[in-house]
Structure formats: C-alpha cells, structure tokens
Design a protein around this ligand. Sequence first.
Ligand code: GDP
Length: 295
Amino acid sequence: MFQNLQDKLDRAFKVLKGQGNITEINVAETMKEIRKALLDADVNYKTAKAFTDEVKQKALGQNVLTSISPGQLLTKIMNDELTTLMGGSATELDLSKNPTVILIAGLNGAGKTTFSGKLAKYLKEKKGRKPLLVAGDVYRPAAIDQLQVLGQQVDVPVYADRESTDPIGIAKAGVAEAKQKGYNLVIVDTAGRLAIDEALMNEISAVKEATQPHEILFVVDAMTGQDAVNTAKAFNDRLDFTGAVLTKLDGDTRGGAALSIKSVVNKPIKFIGTGEKMDALDVFHPDRMASRILG
Ligand code: GDP
C-alpha cells in the first residue's frame, strides 16, 4: 500500500537528511518535492498545497534549521500533519439507536455489498449487535444473491423481496421487519450506477428520507484516485453522509483518496477495506495510516 508515495517522500527527505547545515531554501525545495509526490499520488491540488504550506510553516517555526536532526524533526511534523489531514483520531459509528439504521451508498463496483457483509460481521462480533441486512439493490437479481451468500457466510439474516422493484418500499419494509423481530441494527445496501446521475441521486435521497438513517456510509474504491474525491463530493452534496469507507486499499492504490477526502468533504473516513474476505475490514485510524505512509 502506498509504496510509490513512500518512495517519493523518502527521496524528498533525502535533501534534508544528513544535512548538518540546512537552509530555508533546502526546506522549500523539500516541500516542493513533497508536494510533487502528493500530486503524483493523486492527492487533490489544494489539499497538497495547504498541507505543504502548513508543514513548512511548522518546520520553520520549530527551528528545523538549527535542529541536530532536521530530517527526524520534519518526519515528526509530517506525521502529525498527515494525521490531522486525515481527521486526527478514529471516528466511531453512532450505534445508540434501537434499531440503528445504516445506509450504504456509492457507485457500482465500489464494494458496497461486500462492505455490507463485512460491517454486519464486525458489528455482530465486535460490538455485540444483532444486525439485519436489507437487499436494496432491486435492479440486479445477482446483487440480491450476492448479499444472501455473504449473509450466510457471516451468519446474519438478509431481508429481500424479489418481487419488488421499489427500493424505497423495500428499505422501509426492512426497517419495519427489524423492529418487529427485535434486530437492533439494520444495514441497507443500495443500488449504484456506473456514474453519478440524477436518477441515482434522487433514489438514494428518497431511501434516506424514508428510512431516516443514523449513519450514511459512502463507499468508494480507493484505486479511483481523484475520481474518488469527486464522487465523494457529489454524494455528500446530496446525502450529507456521516462517513466514508475506502475499499481496495490492499491493491496498488496511490493513496490520494485517503489523504484528500477529509479535507475536501470534511467527513471522516470510518473504515477501510483491505480484501475480498469478510474479515478484511479495518477501522480507519489516521495516525496509523500516517505512519504507514511515511514508512
Ligand atoms: P458494489 O457493486 O458496490 O456492491 O460492489 P461489490 O461489493 O460487488 O464489489 C465489487 C468487487 O470488488 C467484488 O469483486 C469484490 O470482491 C471486490 N472488493 C470489494 N471490496 C474489496 C476490497 O477491500 N479489496 C479487494 N481487493 N476487493 C474488494
């Protein structure tokens, strides 16, 4: 994960590492290199600029120029700033309601259905909840099958209605079923589209209206780079989601989405997907991610 970015940052630091006498120019040059590395990793331009400006200011403020090991000090500042950039500390789900309704949204192929299964397993095993999965993707029968297979794997029941083509009705019926049968958590998987369009946004907004979810998790493929951030923005403008889920971080992703989403849409990343299996889910910890990026 992020190997490319790590290598580039490493190279950028070389300018400062081992330099007994560094100058403001060295720092400025290093920041330029770091900004280039971030842009190459698909970090949003404004985010990259604001970030390096901040690091530079802190570095000069903390007398990096006269420090014995400027490289180390700068790494520490970078680590702190990367952590802040990604949201500071981990953000928990609000599970206080009974039932808590969690709506899952995103484009086709982002990993919504896979994540729905993983989340059900996580909340059942780690948080002691009794979840019900709701198959809200009515357009693809295969999507219902897929959720049912995953439900079986993680031993969580799935509410589906193969006769219906009304996602709003299904979502409402799913929540009603949970209340009636005593499930304290409902995860509503929804349909996606290949790209953002009005019909998708209207539908998901209507499902939100009908189910009044306590959490809306926007799922996005980390490999899509800048597009991930643009998609996040479009979904957030319409849905005002409560958190993002970055999937496929096990792949050869450049990492830009992880670094940009919080600063662009001001919503925390809550989970990351690190594989296709049902236990390949991690709570997102900005500090751990920052250390990983810096290698
Ligand atoms: P949906 O259309 O948004 O519901 O997406 P799916 O859940 O069907 O996922 C699309 C594809 O991505 C499937 O082949 C999943 O197995 C795969 N996938 C989902 N999450 C991850 C992940 O975190 N890592 C990897 N490597 N693959 C994933």
